[in-house]
Ligand binder design. Structure first.
Ligand SMILES: O=c1ccn([C@H]2C[C@H](O)[C@@H](COP(=O)(O)O)O2)c(=O)[nH]1
Ligand code: ZN
Length: 164
């Protein structure tokens, strides 16, 4: 009998990969964010990505970053973390972990804390110098919500639609 595979994904790699895959659904041309909520039994209970609200056409709202506020994406886009919580199969996300491509903003952080999520695992902290992320970290620290950056031990996970 042969031994088990050794290069299988760790739980962290698996859930982060699901978060990143979800981000591929985003139509944001600049920043695609995916999020995945896993419970204490390592079951996925919610996924989401940044996109416009239901019934708000992707073709009619702007994806611009600059210009008059109402002509940008910012007032309209639902963030990945919000969608992951709202899409969740469980109302109560106590003790769940949230895997996300980008450190959550202050508004998502409120949702994460209120949902009972205990730990955030993120990849990028590219907006760490903004007041939004500073406020997020203040709230996370006060609420004893753990956050840690994910440093992958592999750079790439390949998906091949051609299976034998
Ligand atoms: O917590 C967050 C913060 C941001 N997002 C989304 C919202 C936007 O679609 C992009 C950010 O766009 P930029 O062009 O990089 O400003 O990311 C999110 O989903 N979650
Ligand atoms: Zn957000």
């Amino acid at each position: 009998m042969t031994g088990k595979r050794t290069d299988y994904l760790s739980w962290d790699e698996y859930f982060m990969a699901v978060a990143l895959l979800s981000g591929h659904r985003s139509k944001d041309p600049n920043t695609q964010v995916g999020a995945c909520v896993a419970n204490s039994q390592n079951k996925i209970v919610g996924v989401g990505y940044n996109g416009f609200p239901w019934r708000c056409s992707d073709d009619e709202l702007p994806w611009a970053r600059e210009g008059a506020y109402l002509d940008t994406k910012y007032p309209y886009v639902c963030h990945a973390e919000l969608n992951a919580v709202l899409n969740s199969i469980s109302f109560d996300l106590r003790d769940c972990r949230l895997y996300v491509a980008l450190f959550p903003c202050n508004e998502c952080t409120k949702v994460i804390i209120q949902a009972g999520i205990r730990e955030i695992i993120y990849l990028s902290d590219k907006y760490k110098d903004t007041d939004s992320v500073r406020a997020a970290k203040i709230m996370l620290d006060k609420s004893n919500t753990i956050y840690r950056q994910f440093f992958p031990s592999r750079q790439v996970v390949t998906l091949n639609f051609q299976v034998d």
